[in-house]
Design a protein around this ligand. Structure first.
Ligand code: SF4
Ligand code: SF4
Length: 215
């Protein structure tokens, strides 16, 4: 399996992304609904459209909602193809949904793509709680495939936010501070946004837009 990284990177590039990382699943990683153990993960991401993010000021727009759903769909399609590829190599693989909420209050999916992305060297976890990619900032959405395929892991990301306060200033709920994100405040704002005509989902996009990779 020495060339598995190169083959997977090639497969993902053919699907349209060069943002890919490989990691050992950190101890104590919670994977909801899954009893099998998967020792490793491949995390990949699609950058979001700058033009779509520019339509956001202090709330989500219909263009952002559509884009968010489109990118999630691309992530899920790509994860499915990658999992099939790994299974054809005779190994186990689980495509984790890009955006399936399992615990609304804690804003959790089946596994934290963000923590796996940081473990796979794709970026540090920033003040907003999002992964800050060195070039794209938080303007990337991620998905993961868990597997027992063997490969060498990438080094964990080591960056910091430094003095940047862009997401702190931008958050319409004042939910982001130097000590972390107040999930209850954020969730209350997402509920409010979900009632905007045509949105109907718990999305925001403001801290994503603010973190443009130029901190
Ligand atoms: S998603 Fe919106 S409300 Fe929540 S922390 Fe980010 S900017 Fe604030
Ligand atoms: S906007 Fe700045 S402070 Fe916020 S997560 Fe990004 S780099 Fe960190």
């Amino acid at each position: 399996m020495s060339d598995s990284r190169a083959r997977i990177t090639g497969l993902l590039e053919a699907q349209g992304t060069k943002i890919v990382g490989f990691c050992a699943v950190p101890d104590n990683t919670q994977v909801i609904e899954v009893t099998e153990t998967f020792p490793r993960a491949i995390v990949f991401g699609f950058p979001l459209s700058r033009a779509v993010l520019e339509t956001i000021e202090d709330r989500p727009t219909l263009l952002y909602k559509h884009h968010y759903k489109t990118v999630n769909w691309m992530l899920d399609q790509t994860a499915f193809r990658l999992a099939r590829f790994i299974e054809e190599l005779g190994k186990r693989a689980l495509a984790v949904p890009a955006s399936q909420t399992v615990d609304r209050e804690q804003q959790k999916g089946h596994v934290s793509h963000k923590y796996l992305a940081a473990a796979a060297g794709l970026g540090h976890i920033g003040r907003s709680g999002l992964v800050v990619h060195p070039e794209c900032g938080a303007r990337v959405r991620y998905a993961s495939v868990l597997t027992d395929l063997e490969f060498a892991p990438d080094a964990r990301a080591t960056g910091t936010c430094g003095d940047c306060q862009k997401c702190v200033r931008a958050c319409p709920a004042q939910a982001i501070t130097d000590t972390g994100v107040d999930l209850a405040r954020c969730l209350a704002k997402l509920k409010e946004f979900s009632k905007i005509r045509g949105i109907g989902q718990y999305i925001c996009g403001v801290c994503v837009k603010a973190c443009d990779g130029r901190h």
